[in-house]
Design a protein around this ligand. Structure first.
Ligand code: NAD
Ligand code: MG
Length: 398
């Protein structure tokens, strides 16, 4: 087979969350194909030196730290390079607004929502890793995509698998169900008692994937699969009851589409996030990418089991939140972000994460999300309420 022709013009790209796990994987693929891509803007939270090094390596035009306190370091690290430095929320919005053909949205959490929306509004190609955008803002986010004509390319391996399985499918009415696969995380076989005692170190030890801390904890509680259920609902338009979750510990089948004639289409690959990222980076073409190849004879066995909602209550909470609609998924996400941070700081136990999220959901019955201002207000309030619940618990404990 001949090589795919290189497009005449290199694709200009911006990476929001460039220093993270998804961001650096994206830049690895870009570095391997330097004639095909040019880099416009890169952002990070506060690691100025790391960001400056990436910006120099990739000859970016703009580098932005979200934390204004890191601006001085960034400016100094970039001095003489000709790369512009910026900081703070306005800086992030500027990075998202710089004209580019393609944007990787890979800031962790709802903190990524404003900049991701800014990129969407340019009507460009947006590769979406930040699933929290779709959980928090759901149909409002999708309405912005619709309005701007942006092309949303799912990066999350499950949604990328479904996106690939649906390529060329004219009619969503022929889709019966979606099957999201889940590794089951480090506690797939743990007892409820062991999970109660689990430390951050144990919970951060994911069997198949190397990822940022927040999503790794979400994988351990299976909140990640709950967030992905909501993400899939918004991306592909199927109701909650037609999206299944299937535990598949080898993480080889990344998800499946079940059609109305009984056919299933699955996408397979090694558990290497560079594969779904490469699909979005080259889209609609495929890149020649030095990602990890799959050898099924070595894997030998693929196994499947139903998830256990008893030990993993976030699966139930996410389904309930999606059914309740309105602000409920937004509250679920914000409460989870606060609870996960508290667990990582060893202020609460592992199983307290789900308990705290549930208590916040109970304290904040769903209201309609009538606009993005409401999304941000509900997110703020849910974070405050969750922090209050954490405070009450620690007061009781002492
Ligand atoms: P990470 O923690 O490794 O990186 C996060 C990036 O966001 C970093 O560049 C960090 O500097 C930046 N950031 C953090 N807080 C910020 C803030 N308040 N404002 C601006 N920037 C901030 O995370 P990750 O694992 O790369 O995940 C990124 C997103 O991709 C998450 O939403 C995650 O759910 C999703 N995702 C990740 C993977 C994976 O394999 N890592 C897979 C699927 C989906
Ligand atoms: Mg995923």
């Amino acid at each position: 087979m001949s090589e795919a022709p290189s497009p005449d013009q290199p694709r200009s790209v911006t990476v929001l969350g460039a220093t993270g796990s998804i961001g650096t994987s994206t830049l690895d693929l870009i570095a391997a194909d330097p004639d095909r891509f040019t880099v416009e803007a890169l952002t990070a939270n506060r690691r100025a030196d790391e960001l400056a090094a990436l910006a120099k390596q990739h000859r970016a035009k703009l580098a932005v730290v979200a934390d204004p306190a890191a601006y001085g370091d960034l400016k100094q690290a970039l001095s003489g390079s000709g790369i512009e430095a910026a900081a703070g929320p306005d800086g992030l919005m500027r990075a998202a607004a710089v004209p580019s053909d393609w944007v990787m949205a890979a800031i962790v959490g709802a903190a990524g929502l404003p900049a991701t929306l800014e990129a969407v509004r340019r009507g460009t190609m947006v590769a979406l890793a930040t699933k929290e955008c779709l959980v928090s803002a759901g149909s409002l986010f999708m309405a912005e995509v619709e309005r701007s004509g942006a092309t949303l390319l799912p990066v999350d391996s499950e949604h990328n698998a479904i996106f690939q399985a649906l390529a060329g499918e004219e009619n969503m009415a022929s889709v019966e169900r979606l099957v999201l696969t889940a590794s089951g995380g480090p506690f797939r076989k743990a007892t409820a008692e062991a999970m109660k005692q689990a430390t951050p170190a144990l919970a951060l030890d994911h069997p198949n994937w190397a990822m940022g801390a927040k999503i790794t904890i979400d994988s351990a509680t299976m909140m990640n699969k709950g967030l992905e259920l909501i993400e899939a609902h918004h991306l592909f338009g199927l109701p909650e009851e037609r999206i299944d979750i299937l535990v598949h510990p080898q993480s080889i089948i990344h998800s499946m589409v079940a059609f109305t004639d009984g056919s299933f289409l699955a996408q397979l690959g090694s558990p290497d996030m560079r594969i779904p990222i490469a699909y979005t980076l080259g889209w609609p073409e495929r890149l020649q990418a030095a990602t990890q190849r799959l050898n099924l004879a070595d894997v030998a066995t693929l196994t499947f089991e139903p998830p256990d909602p008893e030990r993993f209550p976030p699966l139930r909470l996410a389904r309930e939140a999606l059914k309740a609609g309105g602000s409920a998924p937004n509250v679920l996400n914000a409460a989870n972000e606060v609870a996960v941070a508290a667990f990582l700081e060893e202020r609460i136990g592992f199983t307290d994460i789900a308990a705290i999220v549930e208590a916040t959901l109970t304290a904040m019955p769903a209201v309609p999300l009538d606009g993005l201002a409401t999304v941000f207000a509900v997110d703020d309030e849910a974070r405050r309420r969750t922090a209050d619940l954490l405070q009450e618990r620690s007061t009781r404990a002492h």
